[in-house]
Design a protein around this ligand. Sequence first.
Ligand SMILES: [Zn+2]
Length: 227
Amino acid sequence: MIRHHPSADRLTAFSAGSLPLSQALCIRVHLEHCRQCRDEVERMNQIGALLLNYLPPAPVSDSLKAQVLASIDAGEVQEAPAAGAGTAPPAVNSSDLPRCLQAWIPEGFDKLGWKRVSPSIQAVKLCNDVNGSKVELLKIRRGGKVAPHNHTGEEITLVLEGSFSDSQGVYGKGDIIFRNRDDKHHRPIASQDADCICLTAVEAPIQFTGFFGRLFNPFIRRSHYAC
Ligand SMILES: [Zn+2]
């Protein structure tokens, strides 16, 4: 059962297409798992389409039609998306791997090139967003503890496999969690029954707060900004 959802504001921004790519990716994965939010976004999409009909026509230049026709002749216009594209994504597919992550995970989680971050944590970087966010997969070994840390920007976490907990709750498959500068000494702990795999989008490097953790801060900063 999914207990942690994006806010209405965040879903509205997703529907309007105004979120940064890294945030939109996390929310789209959540939508594949969450019927409730999927229905909400579909309703927002329909309202948005209706509102467009009430917008006054915008003036365009006399040459616009000629430019569009010339682009079509030159083959510059991309093929129109299939029906249904741009609306809320379908429920998670039979392979149980989110559709929007499949290009990054063609052969499943086990075949990814995980890199060891600590005895409990492995990571695979997926991409950097233009807003500076780093998108990666994190695997926390069953029962593993992430060192206490503060956030210097927003961190979005979406649980793909297993579960973890922190001082504010327990999070399972499909749950999406937002953390920011107000969350001090954040310490996720994976459940004992299975490894926990999460999709994360981190706006800025985290800062470890323990003595040994602080030793890693320069490496974490370097890792965050590395291509
Ligand atoms: Zn939801």
